[in-house]
Design a protein around this ligand. Structure first.
Ligand code: UFG
Length: 331
């Protein structure tokens, strides 16, 4: 049995590949390398460069490798970009996912795990949000993912396929063994931006808004270590293979940190202060987005191992240093 990981050359996908290989799984990666990197794919995995909507290619991969599960990460993830290019996002995230599900059904792949997002909820409050909360995506990105969840739901009712959709909160950090990490140039994620700034890759960074209705006035998010997220997928895979029913579950730690708390953690990890400027609100940011993750803990038997902001930041910073070395060797 082989697991097909789409987007396995990207940030979360490359961690998933290591997680599966460490557990003794056979892995094939399908990635068109538009934002991912060939070097990010573990050498023990087979890499096929191509598109998830290429029916013939995906069909061949499934048959030749006896694929019994697809973990689908490939997709576009930048919220403001989705506002500027909604049709591009619906094409890449929704239409291509539809084709991939269709191929999975046609080829008889029984298990499907899907990368969803907390963005399906829209602006949440300070209270941790449960899976049955109102779904009100505020961006084409969030809606493109929600539509994919719905397609999976309906396909699972009609065909012999079961799925797990995991709604990620703020994924951060890097492989504790330093094998992979967030490598996208120009990333906008807070911890990545702060780590780049302390290492001098950016002259300064900005805090987007200090007048939110939160304890220190800055936005709060539920930061989850990427390795814990990969572990949740492995458990979801096991559960589906054991005959578990389809499931949609949040992946977060159920508590939030403010932007200023994250910046303090980066200061502690680096040992020095750096240039942080207070700025205006960024359009579209919710004051707080925190998961209620009871369902994932109960259904998947998921017990996070790295629920500690300093640990997340330390791993992110360690990877940023490795990336500096990699890039200087390449240049
Ligand atoms: N922030 C700053 N300065 C920066 C970058 C971010 O102050 O330079 C702030 C943001 O305003 C926000 C917080 O840090 O308050 C987190 O921002 P991120 O960009 O790291 O993450 P988001 O919460 O905006 O978005 C993330 C994912 C999305 C996903 C969403 C779900 O990037 O893909 O969580 O809640 F949809």
């Amino acid at each position: 049995m082989t697991v097909l990981v789409t987007g396995g050359a990207g940030y979360i996908g490359s961690h998933m590949v290591w997680e599966l290989l460490d557990a003794g799984e056979s892995v094939v990666v399908l990635d068109r390398l538009s934002t991912g990197f060939e070097w990010a794919v573990a050498p023990e995995a087979k890499l096929v460069v191509g598109d998830v909507a290429d029916r013939d290619l995906v069909g061949r991969i499934i048959r030749e490798n006896k694929v019994d599960a697809i973990i689908h990460f490939a997709g576009s993830i930048v919220v403001p970009e989705s506002v500027a290019d909604p049709l591009g996002y619906y094409e890449n995230n929704t239409c291509k996912t539809r084709t991939l599900i269709e191929t999975a059904v046609r080829e008889g792949v029984p298990n499907f795990i899907f990368s969803s997002t907390a963005a399906v909820y829209g602006g949440a409050g300070l209270e941790p949000v449960r899976e049955d909360a109102r779904l009100a995506p505020e961006s084409p990105y969030g809606l493109s993912k929600l539509m994919s969840e719905w397609m999976l739901r309906d396909a699972a009712l009609a065909h012999d396929i079961r799925y797990t959709a995991l709604r990620y909160f703020n994924v951060a950090g890097a492989d504790p063994k330093g094998r992979t990490g967030q490598s996208t140039p120009g990333a906008t994620h807070l911890i990545k931006v702060a780590c780049e700034t302390v290492l001098g890759k950016r002259p300064f960074m900005q805090v987007f808004g200090t007048d939110y209705p939160t304890p220190d006035g800055t936005c709060m998010r539920d930061y989850i270590h990427v390795s814990d997220l990969a572990a949740a997928h492995r458990l979801a895979l096991q559960r589906l293979r054991d005959g578990g029913e389809s499931l949609i579950a949040n992946c977060g730690y159920s508590h939030g940190y403010s932007v200023l708390e994250v910046i303090d953690s980066v200061r502690r990890a680096f040992g020095h202060d750096f240039d942080v400027r207070m700025g205006d609100r960024r359009p579209g940011d919710a004051a707080a987005v925190v998961a209620n993750s009871e369902l994932a803990r109960k259904e998947l038997g998921w017990t996070p191992q790295r629920d500690d902001l300093d640990l997340i930041v330390n791993d992110a910073l360690a990877w940023e240093r490795i990336l500096t070395t990699k890039n200087s060797v390449r240049n």
